[in-house]
Design a binder for this molecule. Structure first.
Ligand SMILES: NC(=O)c1ccc[n+]([C@@H]2O[C@H](COP(=O)([O-])OP(=O)(O)OC[C@H]3O[C@@H](n4cnc5c(N)ncnc54)[C@H](OP(=O)(O)O)[C@@H]3O)[C@@H](O)[C@H]2O)c1
Length: 282
């Protein structure tokens, strides 16, 4: 099997590249090597490689900055997704797109399933929701995985921020009124790989299991890594951000459960695995 990975130097792209390299023939492309806004280059590369699967990890992920760079966020997350989806369709390859819990407004107080109607409240969320639709529209052989609060060893994320602040002895005042689920890149990769192997298509919520606030997440990181830091809970209004975030965005892996394909672990177990695996690097 031949698998193209786009955005291969990001958190998720890096994890896919490492996980798949001894299993299939991987063709990882960084932003520099292949820009998803260049549809001609996508077409040319895909015609050379003839991939079976194209994993689109390329994205604009700066949630707050997207409020000011609205056009760029839509270009990459929506138009870029369309380019990748259509180029994959033209060479008969499956396309995989990753979306987010931020497609929901967070007004519910029970977990969101694939049957719930998205209603994004930020530019980032909107651009990803349009990206889902374009991916679906331009290639029927698609997989769309909605994931949340992602962390991994490559790139910037909440875990790394907490470790850095704790080591600099900065105060850790963390929001405790937004609920979601921290999700480990390696678990997303394994779940995606399972879906690819099963020949699955369509939309799947694929976050780790359970729920947390950012405060819970920070406390767990500090405890796992024995960091000498005190974590104080604060409210969203005490930490104003440019983009609005859903107060509640737990994803239920409903379709995975219905199809007996769910292998996502509890978030605390996944985080423990991650911090143990990389403790020397923290
Ligand atoms: N991070 C989260 O908490 C989270 C939560 C839910 C869903 N997701 C989704 O999960 C996916 C992976 O996220 P991530 O955290 O791995 O993102 P990431 O670390 O920000 O990586 C995104 C990668 O895409 C590249 N890229 C940007 N524009 C590109 C373009 N025009 N052409 C090709 N590559 C381009 C970036 O390269 P440069 O840096 O060089 O521009 C970067 O390497 C994304 O679809 C994201 O929306 C993420």
């Amino acid at each position: 099997m031949k698998v193209v990975i786009l955005g291969a130097k990001g958190q998720l792209g890096w994890e896919f590249t490492h996980f798949l390299r001894d299993k299939v023939k991987v063709f990882p492309f960084s932003h520099k090597e292949l820009d998803i806004l260049d549809s001609k280059d996508l077409k040319r590369r895909f015609e050379e490689i003839h991939p079976d699967v194209v994993i689109n990890c390329a994205a604009y992920t700066k949630v707050d900055r997207a409020e000011e760079e609205r056009a760029l966020a839509f270009k990459i997350n929506s138009i870029g997704a369309k380019n990748v989806s259509f180029a994959s369709f033209e060479v008969n390859a499956k396309v995989v797109y990753f979306s987010t819990d931020y497609v929901f407004d967070g007004e519910k107080n029970v977990p969101y399933t694939e049957l719930d109607k998205p209603n994004p409240i930020s530019c980032y969320g909107e651009s990803k929701f349009v990206g889902e639709q374009f991916t679906r529209e331009f290639n029927p052989n698609h997989l769309i995985l909605r994931i949340s609060w992602l962390y991994g060893i490559n790139g910037n994320n909440f875990v790394k921020t907490i470790v850095k602040l704790a080591k600099e002895k900065k105060p850790l005042k963390i929001v405790d009124d937004q609920r979601g689920t921290p999700t480990y890149t390696l678990d997303v990769v394994k779940q995606t790989w399972r879906l690819i192997q099963k020949g699955s298509v369509g939309l799947y919520h694929s976050s780790n299991d359970g729920e947390a606030t950012w405060f819970d997440f920070a406390k767990e990181i500090v405890s796992n890594l024995n960091l000498n830091a005190e974590v104080t809970p604060i409210k969203t209004e005490e930490y104003p951000t440019k983009a609005k975030r859903p107060p509640y965005s737990i994803l239920e892996n409903y379709s995975l459960e219905l199809e007996d394909l769910n292998i996502m672990r509890d978030w605390r177990e996944a985080l423990r695995d991650f911090t143990n695996r990389y403790k020397e690097q923290f």
